[in-house]
Design a protein around this ligand. Structure first.
Ligand SMILES: Cc1cc2nc3c(=O)[nH]c(=O)nc-3n(C[C@H](O)[C@H](O)[C@H](O)COP(=O)(O)OP(=O)(O)OC[C@H]3O[C@@H](n4cnc5c(N)ncnc54)[C@H](O)[C@@H]3O)c2cc1C
Length: 353
């Protein structure tokens, strides 16, 4: 059986690896740029299941994804020698006023009711977890000790190495210009308008460009880009140790002095620009969380596009038989990659066999 995967981000690579593990002998990943070129290497890398989920069902799915990561990190290291930077660094979500404290108390209560670890802490408790916080503004915080992180560029390096070892063909510079339909089912793809690649199944994993691939069924909700800018600071020596949120902004210390600070949520299409206003807002928020970051070196700024789909991620079957979906993961695609790969491989092998 031949499966063609469109896009070599975290979704395309993870799906290709899973298909190959389940015995699909001919998997081809087509990437118009280079593997991991887009959102997947640009992400902050938080596995923030309890903090990011918006419903009980979503929390259950996110937690399952998060809790599977330690084993995946070990597996990828054993396969490739690449350490993806998995760390259970916990998330501290800060409140500066009573309304926010009340909201956090509800999130903590819901987590605990679901059997997960979470607790409200007072200012002294928050400082005991992360002593670099700005105590003056703080009213209290919620602590989620089981939240974790990975280093996305390393994750992509590991995945690309793993798929290569598994015998998957990854073609860079290969732009899919249409999904082919024959007899009411997906029959493959056209490349650069000329070459045709026939396949038994196609997986659409083109991130925020997914709706732009000609031939995508019009019944699917559009996937649109939500731009996010990020700033990398470097503290010497490293001081921060905990992922910390305040009013939607966050700092993600990698543990070695690098601190990823984010992010914006912008509806500007695919405009690949890091803006003065974006960087200024991110830095102001980061220094509100930990004033000591003002002395850190500004190492790098970048942006990319979260693939947002109305109604949530599109995973598995599509209205066109033979076309499968692994897209629309918005803010949580790194978190959901392995779980999505398993769901897509399951649906595909079920639907094509
Ligand atoms: C600023 C920011 C911070 C984030 N932080 C987090 C976080 O902390 N935790 C988390 O879980 N998630 C986070 N995310 C979200 C996460 O990065 C995405 O959900 C995830 O990377 C999407 O992966 P993907 O493979 O679908 O898309 P992408 O990584 O964008 O990959 C899609 C690939 O498809 C290729 N492609 C597109 N069109 C074609 C075509 N026609 N032919 C061939 N190839 C094509 C592209 O070149 C690209 O390489 C963040 C995202 C951003 C932007």
């Amino acid at each position: 059986m031949r499966v063609v995967v469109i896009g070599a981000g975290v979704m395309g690579c993870a799906a290709a690896l899973e298909l190959s593990r389940r015995g699909v002998g001919d998997v081809v990943v087509l990437e118009r740029a280079v593997p991991g070129a887009e959102a997947s290497s640009a992400a902050a890398g938080m596995l923030a299941a309890q903090v990011e989920s918006k419903s009980d069902d979503e929390r259950a799915m996110f937690v399952r994804a998060r809790d599977g990561y330690a084993a995946w990190a070990t597996e990828l290291r054993e396969l490739t020698g690449v350490d993806i930077g998995y760390k259970k660094s916990g998330v501290l979500e800060l409140a500066t006023h009573g309304d926010e404290l009340a909201r956090l108390a509800r999130v903590v209560g819901d987590s605990r009711a679901a059997g997960l670890r979470a607790e409200m802490v007072d200012v002294a408790g928050a400082l005991a977890i992360e002593r670099e916080l700005a105590a003056s503004e703080l009213a209290g915080a919620a602590w989620f000790p089981d939240e974790a992180q990975v280093d996305p560029p390393r994750l992509l390096r590991a995945l690309v190495a793993a798929v290569a070892r598994a015998g998957v063909a990854v073609k860079s510079g290969a732009t899919v210009t249409s999904i082919l339909e024959e007899g009411g089912r997906c029959a493959g793809v056209a490349l650069d308008g000329r070459e045709v690649l026939h396949a038994d199944a196609v997986v659409l994993a083109a991130g925020s460009w997914s709706s732009l691939v000609p031939g995508v069924p019009s019944a699917l909700p559009a996937v649109r880009p939500v731009r996010g800018q990020l700033v990398m600071l470097e503290e010497r020596p490293p001081r921060l140790s905990t992922i910390t949120f305040l009013d939607g902004a966050y700092v993600v210390p990698r543990g070695d002095g690098r601190v990823v600070c984010g992010s914006t949520m912008e509806d500007v299409g695919h405009r690949r620009e890091v803006t003065a206003a974006g960087v200024s807002a991110i830095l102001a928020a980061a220094m509100r969380i930990a004033p000591g970051l003002g002395a850190a070196e500004l190492a790098r700024v970048w942006c990319n596009f979260r693939p947002h789909a109305e109604g949530g991620p599109q995973i598995g079957r599509s209205p066109l038989p033979g076309l499968f979906l692994a897209t629309g993961h918005h803010r949580n695609g790194i978190l959901l990659a392995k779980l999505t790969a398993e769901q897509v491989a399951g649906a595909l092998l079920d639907g094509v066999a």
